[in-house]
Design a protein around this ligand. Structure first.
Ligand code: NDP
Length: 246
C-alpha cells in the first residue's frame, strides 16, 4: 500500500528520540513537510543533520505558555497532520505515588496533547480542509501494569480524550485516532525489558510472541494519518501482537 503525504504539513511531538523521531523521518520519506517538536536541543540538532528539511521546534510541552508561543499558527504555519507522541514515564508503586510525578505525567501525557491538538485543530478548522491527528497511547491504557499507576491512568485518559476530540471535530473532517502499542523496542524499551525473565512475562502473553518494533508502530501511525483510513475515527488501534485480544 503506497502512502503519499506530498503537499501535506505534519507536526510530530517528542520527535527527538524513539517512535517520534522515526515517525518524523518516515513522514519526510512519504513527502510531507515536517515540524519536529521536542525539548532537548541536541536531539533536534542531530535530527536536522540527518534530515535537513525538518523544521525543529524546541519547547517543553509541559509549559503551557511556552507551547503557545512556540506552536502558534504564524510560527509553525498550517498543519494538516499531527502526531501527539511525547510522553513522560515515571514508575512508582501505587502506595508511593507522589503528587509531583502525578502532575508532571498528566501535564505531558494528557494536558499537552489537549493543548497541542487545540492549537493545531483551530487552524485545521479555519482552513476547512480537514486533517488527521494520531495520539500515541499504549496497551497500558487498557491493561494494568505493576508500578505504572500514573502512566496507565494518563493513557486511559488519552484514549477518552481521543474519542471526544474525534466526536467534536468530525464535522470538520478532522479524524482523531490513537495507536496503542505493547512494549516497543526503542532504546528505552530495550533498556527496560532486556532481562529475558522479565521480557518473558510479557511476550508469553502476546500471541505473536514478540515485542513491537518501532517500524510496526510507525506504519500504523502512517495508515491512520493517511486517506487509506478515511472512515476510521475515534479508534484506539492496538499494535500489540494480540495482547489485548486475550
Ligand atoms: P522516548 O522516551 O524514546 O522519546 C520520547 C520523546 O518525547 C523524547 O524525544 C522526549 O524528549 C520527548 N518529550 C518527553 N517529554 C517532553 C516534553 N515535556 N516536551 C517536549 N518533548 C518531550 O519515548 P518512546 O519513543 O519510547 O515513546 C513514544 C510514545 O510511545 C510515548 O507516548 C509512549 O508513552 C508511547 N509508548 C511507548 C512504548 C515503548 O515501549 N517504548 C510502549 C507503548 C507506548 P527528552 O528525551 O528530551 O525528554
Amino acid at each position: 500500500m503506497e502512502i503519499s503525504f506530498a503537499g501535506k504539513r505534519a507536526l510530530v511531538t517528542g520527535a527527538g528520540k524513539g517512535i517520534g523521531r522515526a515517525t518524523a523521518l518516515a513522514l519526510v520519506r512519504c513527502g510531507a513537510e515536517v515540524t519536529a517538536v521536542t525539548r532537548t536541543r541536541a536531539d533536534l540538532d542531530s535530527l536536522v543533520l540527518e534530515c535537513p528539511s525538518i523544521k525543529p521546534v524546541c519547547v517543553d510541552l509541559a509549559d503551557w505558555d511556552a507551547t503557545d508561543a512556540a506552536l502558534r499558527d504564524d510560527v509553525v504555519g498550517p498543519i494538516d497532520l499531527l502526531v501527539n507522541n511525547a510522553a513522560y514515564v515515571s514508575l512508582q508503586p501505587f502506595l508511593e505515588v507522589t503528587p509531583e510525578e502525578f502532575d508532571r505525567s498528566f501535564s505531558v501525557n494528557v494536558k499537552a496533547v489537549l493543548h497541542v491538538s487545540q492549537l493545531v485543530a483551530r487552524g485545521m478548522k479555519s482552513r476547512g480542509r480537514g486533517g488527521a491527528i494520531v495520539n500515541i497511547s499504549s496497551q497500558a491504557s487498557k491493561c494494568a501494569l505493576k508500578d505504572h499507576t500514573v502512566y496507565c491512568a494518563t493513557k486511559g485518559a488519552l484514549d477518552m480524550l481521543t474519542k471526544v476530540i474525534a466526536l467534536e471535530l468530525g464535522a470538520h473532517q478532522i479524524r482523531v485516532n490513537s495507536v496503542n502499542p505493547t512494549v516497543v523496542m526503542t532504546e528505552r524499551g530495550r533498556l527496560g525489558w532486556s532481562d529475558p525473565a522479565k521480557a518473558r512475562t510479557m511476550t508469553s502473553r502476546i500471541p505473536l510472541g514478540r515485542f513491537a518494533e518501532v517500524e510496526d508502530v510507525v506504519n500504523s501511525v502512517l495508515f491512520l494519518l493517511s486517506d487509506k483510513s478515511a472512515m476510521t475515527n475515534g479508534v484506539a488501534l492496538p499494535v500489540d501482537g494480540g495482547f489485548l485480544a486475550c
